[in-house]
Design a protein around this ligand. Structure first.
Ligand SMILES: Nc1ncnc2c1ncn2[C@@H]1O[C@H](COP(=O)(O)OP(=O)(O)OP(=O)(O)O)[C@@H](O)[C@H]1O
Length: 279
């Protein structure tokens, strides 16, 4: 069975409807007197509602690309467009979930979720209704009065997701959001995210270095190369959901992606050895 196809063909037919467009994006950092080309010539057209995983070993520019889409750190060259408008900084249509939960420790769960809406001065009745709906959606109702320090990692990450959902951003940017969680909690949250995504029709860009996580979640996987970060492979995952990591088609794709990621991992190691020799 064919479990994947090249996404560039599908993306080009969907390009006119692209929600997010990354056009010729490059990013260069200056570090200890050296120039690090973190991204080079990245082109992506992401349609509304697509779930995209950026996959690759450490240092291949996944977070740099996500931060550029978020508007936290702008590209050195090229442009990023959201609904045809150039990204020049963060915006309400793009919500970000980080690996480290980024919650306010002095606020309860419900206050954390309500915070963004209060800043926007939305009416109290509206805030209460939204918070109530999200507490239920993310199974947090019994924990509403707790502080982040009294929650497990999985619960904290649920609150972080609820905070972004409260603002109803059509785009969710997620930087290894489940990377610090144990395997069981991680799978539960992946399932919840898939449920929320299919219910709310968000466009998601999700960074991971877990091949299994990418196959489990994504409509489309973009494998990146190590320095410079470019698109090595851009594929659509055509295995029906919910996907079974033990199934042959899942494993076939896992092997294929494993080879691609391993090549970049090896380039990373050779680079580190070369740098150590220079120093
Ligand atoms: N602020 C910075 N200054 C200098 N170099 C940077 C900076 N941010 C990132 N880099 C470099 O850019 C490259 C890409 O980094 P980035 O964090 O985007 O990779 P990544 O794929 O997200 O890795 P990880 O999974 O470890 O987070 C790396 O070589 C990194 O060292």
């Amino acid at each position: 069975m064919n479990t994947s196809t090249n996404a560039s063909t599908a993306a080009s037919t969907a390009a006119h409807a692209a929600h997010i467009r990354v056009n010729g994006v490059g990013k260069v950092f200056a570090s200890e007197g050296r120039q690090v080309v973190a991204l080079q010539d990245i082109d992506l057209a992401i349609p509304h509602g697509q779930f995209v995983c950026l996959l690759g070993p450490s240092g291949c520019g996944k977070s740099t690309l996500l931060n550029a889409v978020a508007g936290f750190s702008l590209p050195s060259s090229g442009r990023i467009l959201v609904d045809g408008r150039e990204v020049t900084g963060p915006g309400p249509e793009r919500g970000m979930v980080f690996q480290e939960y980024a919650l306010f420790p002095w606020m309860t769960v419900e206050k954390n979720i309500a915070f963004g809406l209060e800043i926007k001065r939305r009416p109290k009745a509206e805030i209460d209704a939204i918070v109530e709906r999200l507490l239920k959606m993310l199974s947090l109702s019994d924990f509403r009065a707790r502080y982040p320090k009294d929650l497990s990692g999985g619960m904290r990450q649920r609150v972080a997701i609820a905070r972004v959902l409260a603002l109803d951003s059509p785009i969710m940017l997620m930087d290894e959001p489940f990377g610090a969680l144990d395997a069981l909690t991680r799978r539960n949250l992946q399932d919840e995210l898939l449920r929320i995504w299919s219910e709310l029709q968000k466009t998601i860009i999700f960074v991971t270095h877990s091949i299994e996580e990418a196959i489990y979640l994504a409509d489309r996987i973009v494998v990146m190369t190590y320095r410079p970060g470019t698109v090595k492979r851009d594929m659509l995952v055509e295995i029906p959901r919910l996907r079974d990591p033990a199934a042959p088609d899942f494993n076939e794709l896992k092997r294929e992606l494993g080879h691609l990621v391993m090549e970049e991992q090896q380039r990373h190691h050779s680079d580190e050895l070369r740098m150590a020799a220079v120093d």
